[in-house]
Write a protein that binds this ligand. Structure first.
Ligand code: AHR
Length: 323
C-alpha cells in the first residue's frame, strides 16, 4: 500500500518535471535545449516578459527548461549551475542584480555553454563571459522620464520636490534609471530629490514606501513622484488617494514600463506619463539563440525600440497595448 503510494507520487513528480522542462511545447529531435532563469513575477512587465519568452521558445526547435528565481540571486545561481550540470545548449537569463556573477559565468564558459543575457545587464570585468545582451537602454529611460518632467514644468518656479521610488537594490534598471534621471534634472536647480527608497518593483512595496514618504514630508511636501516602474507608481497612487490627495494633480507622477495598468491610470487622470520599456523580447531572443547555437556572429548589445506616452494619448493608445 505504502509502496504503491510512493510509486504514484514519484510518477506525479516526474510528470510535473517533464512538463516544466518542456516549457509547454513538444521539442523535436535535435532541438536546442535552452535553460532560462527568470527574475521572478514582481510586476505586470515581468508577467508579459515571461509569457513572451515562453511562447517564443515553445516552438519544437527548442527544448525549454524554465526556472523562476523569485527575485533572489542565490536561486538564479543554483538554476544556472543546474543548467550547466544538465549540459544545456544555451543559457539565457535576466539577472536580478548586476554584480556577483563572475564565478558561475566562468563555470558556464568552462563547460562551453554560451550565455545570452536578456533584459538586464551584469557588471563583470571580462565581457567574454556572455555572448550578447538583449534589452532596453535603462539610462535613456531615466533621461526620458526627466525630460518629460522638465517639459511639464515649463514656467514653474522652484523648488520642485521629487520623491523617487527605486527598483530592486543593485539591479541594472534601478541603477541606470536613477543615473539617467539625475543626469537631466541635476542641470536645473529648481528640482530637488527629497527622498529615495526602493520599492523592489512591486505594487505592495510602492504603496508602503509612498505612505512613508507622505508621512515624512507631509501632505504638502511632495510635488512629483518618479517611480522606476509602473507597478510601484500604481501602488503609490493608492497611498496618495488614501492620504486624501489627488494623484496626477496634487502630486505629478511619471513612471516607466508602459503596461496596461499605467494606461488605465493615465486615462483616469491619476498618472501623468509613462516611459515605455518593451517586455516582448521572446521572438528576438529566440533568433539570437538560433544564431548563437549555429555559431553565427551576433552583436554584443541588441537594443529594443521604445517611446514615451502621456495622459492625453492614453485613451487612443490603450486598445493597441499588447501588455
Ligand atoms: O528589468 C525590467 C524591469 O523589471 C521593469 O521595468 C520592471 O517592471 C521589472 O520588474
Amino acid at each position: 500500500m505504502k509502496k504503491g503510494f510512493m510509486r504514484f507520487a514519484m510518477l506525479l513528480c516526474a510528470l510535473a518535471l517533464a512538463a516544466c522542462g518542456k516549457g509547454g511545447g513538444e521539442a523535436a529531435d535535435g532541438a536546442i535545449t535552452v535553460g532560462f532563469s527568470q527574475v521572478g513575477a514582481e510586476s505586470e512587465w515581468r508577467t508579459a516578459n515571461t509569457r513572451s519568452v515562453k511562447e517564443a521558445l515553445a516552438a519544437p526547435e527548442f527544448n525549454l527548461k524554465f526556472s523562476d528565481a523569485q527575485q533572489k540571486q542565490e536561486n538564479q545561481i543554483k538554476a544556472l549551475r543546474s543548467f550547466i550540470a544538465q549540459g544545456v545548449d544555451v543559457i539565457a537569463f535576466s539577472p536580478v542584480v548586476e554584480t556577483g556573477w563572475e564565478t558561475v559565468l566562468r563555470e558556464a564558459k568552462a563547460a562551453g555553454i554560451p550565455v545570452v543575457l536578456t533584459d538586464r545587464a551584469v557588471d563583470v570585468a571580462d565581457d567574454s563571459l556572455y555572448v550578447t545582451l538583449i534589452g532596453s537602454d535603462f539610462v535613456e529611460e531615466g533621461r526620458r522620464a526627466a525630460r518629460w518632467l522638465l517639459e511639464d514644468s515649463e514656467g514653474q518656479a522652484g523648488p520642485i520636490r521629487i520623491v523617487e521610488l527605486q527598483g530592486t537594490v543593485g539591479s541594472a534598471p534601478a541603477n541606470d534609471r536613477m543615473k539617467g534621471f539625475k543626469e537631466v534634472i541635476d542641470a536645473d536647480p529648481r528640482f530637488q530629490i527629497v527622498r529615495s527608497q526602493s520599492g523592489d518593483f512591486t505594487r505592495a512595496k510602492g504603496k508602503e514606501v509612498m505612505e512613508a514618504f507622505l508621512k515624512a514630508e507631509g501632505r504638502d511636501g511632495i510635488d512629483v513622484l518618479f517611480a522606476h516602474n509602473d507597478d510601484m507608481a500604481i501602488g503609490a497612487i493608492q497611498a496618495i488617494e488614501e492620504a486624501g490627495l489627488k494623484p496626477g494633480e496634487d502630486i505629478r507622477i511619471v513612471s516607466i514600463d508602459g503596461v496596461r495598468g499605467a494606461f488605465e491610470a493615465m486615462k483616469a487622470g491619476k498618472l501623468n506619463a509613462t516611459v515605455e520599456c518593451n517586455p516582448l523580447l521572446g521572438p528576438q531572443l529566440a533568433q539570437l539563440i538560433r544564431d548563437v547555437h549555429a555559431g553565427r556572429e551576433v552583436p554584443k548589445r541588441v537594443q529594443v525600440e521604445e517611446g514615451v506616452f502621456t495622459r492625453d494619448q492614453a485613451e487612443a493608445e490603450l486598445p493597441n497595448r499588447k501588455y
